[in-house]
Write a protein that binds this ligand. Structure first.
Ligand code: CS2
Length: 494
């Protein structure tokens, strides 16, 4: 085997013809977008769309500067430094084919933890016209049930007292916007790319609440000047594995310490309201619409909820991946039954979309055998995800008298998982959740109080007061605690 080529700007021309590389100039260009939270998803989605646009010879003013606000981001920072912010996107097709492409649209990366002043200056720079975010569903610092901003967070308290030393997105955004206002510069757009219904409206409400506590005049200026388009984002992006890095080295001769893998499907639907211009993303397939609401609800309640249904039931059964779940007929049938009888009836009217086709396509995407999306990734941070993905559907079905049994089994499985951290074979499961100790504590009381888990108000709201739900949940959770034979209980329902 030849020595693999280290991915960086200088070596780009040595990369073989099997891998397309950026053909645009990356050195002499402006940064127009600052992105907070450069995980795999951002690199497979927004950065990919911009790369496509740049390959067309356009958008040279819109390059991305990534920002890391967590210590853990310094790993990517160091790798990006070696690789001149280049990385490989490996698109994995269901037939086993892999399409790698080197992406060049991110041209800088800064750590907010190391140098907050430099990050504020970057956002306040006249060239920056959009600040976009993927900081995960749990990153927005609000209570899932009440929707209210959480002022108890010590980082929020810190930045309210010392605005020049921001810690969270709220501190950084207000510091930068204040500087722009004081300099007479136009505001940037705040573009949220996380899986939250009305994500732009939510971010607007949170930022204004925070800004108001800091400086009421600034809050007023932000309310008037900053646009927060809602957006629906979609591309399944599994966690990169060592095997992916090896395939890239051995089959394609490229040494990239952190490539990103994803499915072929990609979608981005955005409301066309921007404070200070935007790239012509429509040229590369982004849909601009007046109201993104129906698209986001459909995606969250079918795709994301569908993932959680498979993930939480699958992890207890011992399925390692989402595609392994779909290969199991019981899981595929159960998922479709959940979608048809519980998720779809409360979706309302989604004009112009054939929901049957959409659901068929989801089963196909989940079944992509080459993707190997681990159930572990899906179960991560369930406390932040499930209120929006699944629990909202239960609430709505309770209000309309609709079916709740498929979703209830998932909640009961989540309780068992949070309590025991083992699958039905007794194999340990690693739980990654900001609320893992609260979840464990509540779940751990199930044997004496079967309803203990759903008493967590910040996750379940007032579900505990609904007798129809509590009766079914109590029976279901007690069954699972008997033998954890999740498949048996799934089969009883389909
Ligand atoms: C997943 C999403 O986080 C999750 O549980 O459902 O990451 C999903 O893969 C993406 O939203 C797909 O667009």
């Amino acid at each position: 085997m030849k020595t693999p080529i280290q991915l960086n700007q200088e070596k780009l021309s040595e990369i073989g013809s099997g891998i397309p590389v950026p053909t645009y100039n990356r050195s002499d260009n402006k940064i127009g977008m600052v992105h907070i939270g450069v995980g795999g998803f951002h690199r497979a989605h927004q950065a990919y769309y911009l790369h496509k646009l740049r390959q067309l010879g356009e958008a040279s003013d819109w390059n991305i500067c990534g920002i890391g606000l967590r210590e853990a981001d310094s790993n990517l920072h160091d790798i990006f430094k070696k690789q001149d912010h280049l990385y490989t996107l490996m698109v994995k097709h269901p037939d086993g084919k892999i399409e790698p492409e080197v992406i060049g649209s991110i041209i800088d990366f800064e750590m907010g933890t190391a140098n907050p002043e430099s990050v504020i200056a970057r956002m306040a720079n006249a060239d920056t016209r959009i600040v976009s975010l993927t900081i995960t569903e749990g990153g927005y610092n609000f209570n899932s049930t009440t929707g209210e901003f959480n002022f108890d967070n010590p980082d929020i308290q810190h930045e309210l007292q010392i605005p020049q030393d921001p810690k969270t997105v709220y501190g950084f955004l207000t510091a930068a916007l204040k500087r722009r206002r004081d300099a007479g510069l136009p505001a940037f757009t705040i573009l949220i790319c996380d899986n939250i219904e009305h994500n732009g409206d939510m971010a607007r409400k949170m930022l204004l609440t925070f800004a108001n506590a800091q400086d009421a005049d600034l809050a007023e200026w932000i309310a008037k000047e900053v646009c927060f388009p809602n957006s629906m984002v979609d591309r399944i992006t599994p966690v990169t594995t060592k095997a992916d890095i090896e395939i890239l080295e051995q089959t394609y001769g490229v040494k990239d310490e952190w490539p990103v893998t994803c499915e072929p499907y990609i979608q981005w639907v955005v409301e066309d309201k921007f404070s200070n211009g935007r790239p012509e993303f429509e040229k590369v397939g982004v849909q601009f619409v007046p109201d993104v609401g129906p698209y986001e609800k459909m995606k969250l309640r079918l795709l994301n909820a569908g993932h959680s249904v498979l993930g939480l039931l699958g992890v207890l059964h011992g399925h390692p991946t989402i595609n392994a779940c779909i290969e199991d007929e019981t899981f595929a049938t159960y998922l479709r039954a959940f979608m048809d009888t519980e998720a779809t009836p409360v979706l309302g009217d989604i004009k112009g979309i054939n929901l049957e086709e959409y659901k068929d396509s989801l089963l196909e995407r989940f079944g992509n055998p080459n993707i190997k999306d681990s159930v572990g990734r899906i179960c991560m941070e369930s406390a932040a995800k499930l209120p929006k993905f699944l629990i909202a559907t239960i609430h709505e079905n309770l209000a309309t008298g609709g079916s709740i049994k498929f979703a209830t089994l998932v909640i009961a499985a989540w309780c068992y998982y949070s309590d025991k951290s083992i699958d039905k074979h007794g194999h340990p499961i690693e739980i990654v959740d900001a609320m893992s100790s609260e979840l464990h504590q509540a779940a751990n009381q199930t044997e004496t109080d079967p309803l203990a888990f759903i008493k967590q108000e910040s996750i379940f709201g007032n579900l505990i007061e609904n007798e129809r739900f509590t009766k079914l949940y109590a029976i279901t959770v007690q069954k699972i605690y008997k033998d954890a034979n999740i498949k048996k209980y799934m089969l009883e329902m389909i």
